[in-house]
Write a protein that binds this ligand. Structure first.
Ligand code: PLP
Length: 457
């Protein structure tokens, strides 16, 4: 079946017209803020859907977001991943409330850093030591630097389809014209010197054993192999064999292996993908959930590698720091979050997997029985609806020409009061109880029906 992604404005069907009218009519406060923002902001950093104006959120509670006009939505943004317990979870609030009373930023260390570090260390056999910063991007930047310092080598290899943040060493992509088994590295966006992509970074094929051969071939230059053990662009859990092979080849070649668990840490399992797959990387980055919803990045790993932060055992010391790194408010939020997750992990993680699988199974069954070329991919509570009939092995198999149809889909979903962020990656949380999940599934089905009625599917 063909997907009609090129519908013109004048061809918009009745349902599509109606949802636009409904959303515009009920969001006048959002429109006003949007106009003010357009005059002052170079870039609105968080996008929702392409209405003439975005939705702006006024408050958040549990599984819900409420916009400035008072419309309530079921939240599938998950705050871009951190909100494993939903919005404004009580255990985090109970920690940051008193901390606000005491002040939220001092230049001198606070008592919370050690506790959060202990919690992260206890969560993983691969972690001897921890270093805090303010975002996942900072964490990967420091981790790449630490790996280069400790090995004395220059190149970092990442995988096609992975995302590791916004710094110059992370904004790499595979040239889509290059061989998928031997991808060529290119910079993502303007302003990044090509020398970084040509000389200092390398691209490997994801879920493809040719990656092992490329690592063997370049081992003398490679300081670090970094991977999202579960990719947000291609969320799935059947990666055991590939990741185990990667661990083995890195050990054989004496190249450091890093799991970037900025999204997956404390979400796939309490101990992240390391626990799920029972694999021990040399370095790990965390972010998102580890701060309880406050800005955080974490570099963690074996003593040998983490010595590059302290300069211990004559390891060349890197420069690391940051005005807000380890600030008391974030540390308090992280402790509230991780202590609750740790205490309730036997209930929380099976629930997240069960409900994530339920959404994927029900939607996939609906698509199959209605001949709709779309599939819901998921890794537990993290999911991505992919249009097209291709079997997805790696992100190379995702047909991005359906993007305008996807945007139409999420506009209709918003009309059914379910919100997914502009990157179209959806998350559920422990606050999404079974009756909320029922409503999510129902809204997805209604959205497919809307698009079919208007001739898109
Ligand atoms: C795997 C991964 N690494 C790094 C980052 C960057 O984190 P941040 O947005 O906090 O800078 C992200 C963000 O989504 C991510 O998913």
């Amino acid at each position: 079946m063909n997907l009609k992604t090129e519908k013109k404005e004048q061809e918009i069907g009745k349902k599509s017209q109606a949802v636009r009218t409904k959303l515009i009519e009920r969001t006048s406060q959002c429109e006003e803020v949007s106009l003010r923002g357009q005059a002052a902001l170079a870039q609105e950093v968080v996008q929702t859907v392409d209405l003439p104006h975005p939705i702006y959120i006024d408050s958040a509670e549990g599984p819900y977001l409420t916009d400035l006009d008072g419309n309530r939505y079921i939240d599938l943004t998950g705050g871009f991943g951190p909100n494993v317990l939903g919005n404004k979870p009580e255990p985090v609030e109970a920690m940051i409330g008193p901390q606000i009373e005491k002040g939220w930023h001092y230049g001198i260390p606070n008592g919370h850093q050690a506790r959060l570090a202990e919690l992260i260390k206890e969560s993983s056999v691969a972690v001897d030591e921890v270093m805090f910063c303010n975002s996942g991007s900072e964490a990967t930047m420091f981790a790449f630097r630490a790996a280069r310092a400790v090995t004395g080598k220059r190149k970092v290899a990442m995988f096609d389809g992975c995302y590791h943040g916004v710094h110059d060493y992370a904004l790499m992509r595979a040239d889509l014209k290059s061989d998928r088994s031997n991808p060529i590295n290119a910079t993502l966006g303007a302003g990044i010197p090509e020398e970084i992509s040509n000389d200092l970074m390398m691209m490997l094929p994801y879920r493809d054993t040719n990656a092992y051969e490329l690592i063997r071939k370049h081992k003398d230059d490679l300081a670090l192999i970094v991977i999202e053990p579960v990719q947000s662009s291609n969320p799935r859990l059947d990666n055991q064999e590939f990741l185990q092979g990667l661990r083995d080849v890195c050990t054989e070649c004496e190249v450091l292996l890093m799991f970037d668990e900025v999204i997956t840490g404390f979400r796939i399992e309490y101990g992240g993908c390391q626990q799920y797959y029972d694999i021990k990387p040399d370095l790990i980055t965390y972010g998102k959930a580890a701060g309880g919803g406050l800005p955080i990045g974490v570099v963690a790993g074996s003593k040998k590698v983490m010595n590059s932060f302290s300069g211990a055992d004559k390891t060349p010391a890197i420069f690391a720091g940051g005005t807000f790194s380890g600030n008391p408010l974030t540390m308090a939020g992280g402790i509230g979050m991780l202590e609750y997750l740790k205490e309730n992990k036997e209930t929380i993680y099976p629930y997240l997997h069960e409900q994530g699988d339920r959404i994927a199974n029900e939607i996939n069954e609906f698509c199959r029985s209605n001949n709709i070329p779309a599939q819901m991919m998921n890794a537990g509570s993290m999911m991505h609806l992919i249009f097209g009939s291709e079997t997805i092995e790696s992100s190379r198999d995702i047909d991005h020409s359906h993007y305008s149809l996807e945007k139409e889909f999420y506009l209709h979903l918003l009309g059914h009061n379910v919100i997914v962020p502009g990157i179209h990656l959806a998350f559920i949380s422990f606050a999404h109880k079974p009756e909320i999940i029922d409503q999510v599934i129902d809204a997805f089905k209604k959205t497919f029906e809307d698009l079919r009625e208007d001739g898109y599917l």
